[in-house]
Design a protein around this ligand. Structure first.
Ligand SMILES: *Cc1c(COP(=O)(O)O)cnc(C)c1O
Length: 376
């Protein structure tokens, strides 16, 4: 086995990134701010059809600022999808607030709207207080039942933060994800559909919030010739260099979505003959960027477990990964109130993410299929 490693999700430059980075060098806009940042924010807002955007150092930072802007404080409760990456809910803990986890529904693998409403009602009954915010995640690029979730949230007056870190380019009824809630966040970490080497963004139609995010992200400096602070700030701004990479990546974003969707179609058509392997389908009105192609293994029907498959791929120098381990099963969140229906636990037990880079070659795709097929 000497073929080069096939990664789960690798960076994929378009070619123009270096031009924007070079421009930043030429004009010495290396730090701290600069024209690439403004252009990246404008481009991202226009792409998503949303009013305002703040480019930040990470998706996690974007969620943290969203919580601060919504006034989340020590002891407040914030509802979050349990089936997600820890970046979704760690910022709740940064604020000293309490995460309340809600399980998924089987159709999209995202937050179950009915269980969300049950959770809200139960929190009000137990604590006398309504949860202060809802963080809903669009996992692997698949749109959550976002219209239902926003409707329920409005009924109880709870603001919604959409974690679209994995879902840039996805849409529901033609509207881009990240724009349904009060605020939305994206991530440009190295493994995401486009990358700035590391970065994130907060979007909203509320200009005051985005202005506040930029203020907080640059150490909360009051207008004064000296440095003056009336609030605690953060060093959360994206650099002008990274924003240059982002500008180049934005130009190829739709192509990246197309390529990742191509991975999904390929795997699905090649593996549909194997009984006991299921794919996550798009419900009506949903358009997924197919950030990662995922499969569900029925160990009885298939005759092998998810872990057998993962090890068979590893043997062939191919990286794959179990689906996210739900947050309510994480040792660090074991005491958090959770509303669980078993859905995410089954997904974690039987689900696998396949190599899904947008620069995956045909022969690499074939190697993955071959390794999966021969283990069957
Ligand atoms: C990647 C990711 C984040 C965090 O983004 P960073 O830019 O890595 O901080 C948050 N939520 C989800 C669902 C993610 O996949």
């Amino acid at each position: 086995m000497n073929r080069k490693k096939i990664w789960l999700s690798a960076p994929h430059m378009g070619g123009e990134e270096i031009k924007f980075v070079q421009e930043a060098f030429n004009t010495n806009w290396v730090a701290p701010v600069g024209p690439n940042i403004n252009a990246f924010e404008d481009g991202l807002a226009a792409y998503n059809g949303v009013g305002y955007c703040a480019a930040l150092s990470s998706g996690t930072a974007a969620i943290h600022l969203a919580l601060i802007i919504l006034g989340i404080k020590h002891g407040d409760e914030v509802i979050c999808s349990t089936f997600t990456f820890s970046g979704s809910c760690n910022p709740i803990a940064y604020q000293g607030a309490v995460p309340v986890f809600v399980d998924s529904e089987a159709e999209t693998w995202n937050m179950d709207p009915e269980l969300l409403e049950e959770a809200i009602i139960d929190r009000i009954r137990r604590t006398g207080k309504t949860p202060k915010a809802i963080i809903v995640v669009h996992l692997y690029g698949m749109p959550a039942k976002i219209v239902d979730i926003v409707t329920i949230a409005k009924r109880y007056g709870v603001p919604v933060i959409e974690d679209a870190a994995e879902a840039l380019g996805s849409s529901f009824r033609g509207q881009k994800l990240g724009t349904f809630g009060d605020m939305g966040i994206y991530s440009f970490n190295g493994n995401k559909i486009i990358t700035t080497s590391g970065g994130g963004a907060l979007v909203s139609n509320n200009p005051t919030w985005i202005q506040k995010a930029k203020f907080l992200a640059t150490q909360a400096r009051d207008p004064a010739p000296h440095y003056q602070h009336s609030e605690i700030g953060f060093n959360y701004r994206l650099s002008n260099i990274c924003a240059g990479i982002g500008l180049g990546q934005l130009r190829v974003l739709d192509e990246r979505v197309h390529q990742r969707r191509g991975n999904f179609s390929f795997y699905k058509s090649e593996l549909s003959g194997l009984s006991g392997i299921r794919f996550l389908e798009e419900p009506p009105d949903a358009f997924s960027n197919r950030w990662l192609t995922t499969i569900l293994v029925d160990p009885v029907q298939f005759g092998k477990t998810r872990e057998d498959l993962r090890l068979a791929l590893e043997e062939e120098n191919i990286e794959s990964r179990p689906l996210w381990k739900p947050m309510h099963l994480q040792p660090v969140f074991k005491n958090a109130p959770s509303y669980i229906n078993n859905c995410s636990e089954v997904l974690f037990k039987n689900g696998l993410c396949l190599p899904s880079s947008s620069n995956l070659t045909i022969s690499e795709r074939r190697s993955v299929v071959k390794a999966l097929g021969s283990s069957a």
